[in-house]
Ligand binder design. Structure first.
Ligand SMILES: *Cc1c(COP(=O)(O)O)cnc(C)c1O
Length: 457
């Protein structure tokens, strides 16, 4: 098929919004390891998790067998406000790179929260509402997840309480106002509103907080307040399930033009957008129907896949959450002040960790100045101001396209453009002023936090 036959944007119609999420775990030969109780080391069951998450979500979390999970009509109706999202052929970027490769991206930044996180936020809020709960509590780092959950709770009339990492709260006051406009209560973390926050503040006076610490506070809040549950924007199996909508749509769009991606690329913080984008492709790969190269891209400052260990670890600093087996840098690892806030998590989705461990996908790490160079080129050619997180995937897609230029291969490259960067202009300012640096942890830094991993067999 001639290039020009493929439109710049491949839209699907509202009726083509998938009716089912796809659960890749059903096809995995080696299932992701189960969550464990941090006190007893025992496998967590439905009833153990029901005081943290609402029941339907616990069911989804533990379900390794059902391949297709029906998307409730109410969620599909909400999806219609901003989905299907476009799959774009990056003609202008290809031209600038003078590459024979065909580059496609799935754009998830077309909603006010500015990222793919809304796909899972609305699902989590919907099930909470259905269960008759009063509200949800959560943490947010860069702010995209907190905004997505605030939006979803506003839509459904639920209370929303967001523990925002103090440094972001102070540096991104605009983000906070978006959440407050959606009706959320935003609390800088560590705060004095939870036992754990008080403890952390006492032990580390003046701390500007971390994602792991804000998670502990949100979980602490729900365990002391009836009618509230906790919501998490990444890492969990349920989140991977909801995000499969990204890959299902991208695949339908490409199928319309008989385009088969050779390489699929996504940035990886906790793994949700990548897990979602690759889901249907990975299913085919596991079932032996097709082969794809799949690449996770992470920041060199927080390299869970490429330099972490595959082990059971806590998801939070306060060590109140269940233990998950994942690629991790250790729950006490504090990444340097990288500007891609959404990629600063010490661990990784247990689903993706298992797939990576089984050699079904690759991972690379990239330095942030290189990432911003890619963001700049992308912005100038394709017109979209990308989120720093998304720009990790752009960097890798450009590198792959440049390799094609050397070899003359006409590969199809698909990457996830997870969001926009309007709230990241301080980072862009640093880059534009030539003041951005690349801080990479030493082997000793990583060894130190990995030495503190819980001892679980
Ligand atoms: C949160 C976020 C990410 C990283 O999270 P994943 O769970 O790894 O997808 C990537 N891009 C944007 C824009 C985000 O907000």
């Amino acid at each position: 098929m001639a290039h020009t036959e493929i439109p710049y944007k491949i839209y699907l119609s509202e009726n083509e919004i998938p009716r089912y999420w796809y659960n890749v775990r059903a096809d995995m030969k080696n299932k992701p390891a189960p969550l464990l109780n941090p006190q007893t080391g025992e496998k967590l069951k439905q009833q153990d998790l029901e005081h943290i998450f609402c029941s339907e979500l616990v069911k989804q979390e533990l379900d390794n067998d059902t391949p297709q999970v029906e998307i409730p009509q109410e969620i599909r109706d909400f999806y219609k406000m901003y989905r299907p999202s476009p799959t774009v052929r990056a003609y202008c970027l290809e031209k600038a790179l003078d590459t024979p490769a065909h580059i496609y991206y799935k754009f998830e930044g077309n909603n006010t929260s500015g990222s793919h996180k809304l796909n899972s936020a609305i699902a989590q809020a919907f099930y909470a509402k259905k269960q008759g709960l009063k509200g949800l509590a959560t943490e947010t780092g860069a702010g995209q997840w907190g905004t997505a959950l605030s939006m979803s709770c506003a839509y459904l009339g639920l209370d929303c309480r967001v523990y925002m990492v103090k440094v972001s709260y102070e540096q991104k006051p605009a983000r906070k106002e978006v959440m407050r406009t959606y009706g959320a209560t935003v609390i800088p973390s560590p705060s004095n509103t939870t036992e754990i926050g008080i403890k952390i503040n006492k032990e580390h006076p003046g701390t500007t907080g971390s994602l792991g610490c804000a998670i502990s506070e949100a979980v602490d809040f729900v365990s002391h307040h009836d009618g509230y549950r906790y919501a998490l924007g990444s890492v969990l199996n349920q989140v991977m399930l909801h995000q499969s909508i990204i890959g299902l749509e991208a695949k339908s769009a490409l199928d319309k033009y008989s385009v088969v991606p050779d390489v699929i690329i996504g940035c990886a913080g906790g793994g949700s957008n990548l897990g979602g984008l690759i889901a249907p492709f990975m299913g085919e790969k596991i079932r032996g129907e097709k082969d794809y190269r799949i690449i996770a891209v992470e920041p060199a400052s927080c390299p869970s896949f490429t330099r972490g260990v595959y082990a059971y670890d806590f998801c939070d600093t306060g060590r109140v959450c269940p233990l998950a087996k994942m690629y991790t840098l250790g729950s006490q690892f504090i990444p340097s002040a990288n500007h891609a806030g959404g990629l600063r998590f010490h661990g990784m989705s247990p689903v993706l960790s298992q797939l990576y461990h089984d050699g079904l996908m690759e991972a690379v790490s990239v330095e942030q100045t290189k990432v911003f160079e890619a963001a700049e080129l992308f912005c100038r050619t394709e017109g979209i101001l990308p989120a720093p997180e998304s720009s990790h995937a752009i960097r890798c897609a450009i590198d792959e396209a440049l390799k094609c230029k050397e070899t003359g291969e006409e590969k199809n490259i698909l990457f996830g453009l997870t969001g926009t960067g309007y709230f990241d202009l301080t980072a862009y300012q640093k880059f534009n002023d030539g003041e951005m640096n690349d801080i990479i942890p030493t082997d000793e830094d990583i060894a130190r936090s990995v030495a503190l991993l819980p001892k679980v067999q």
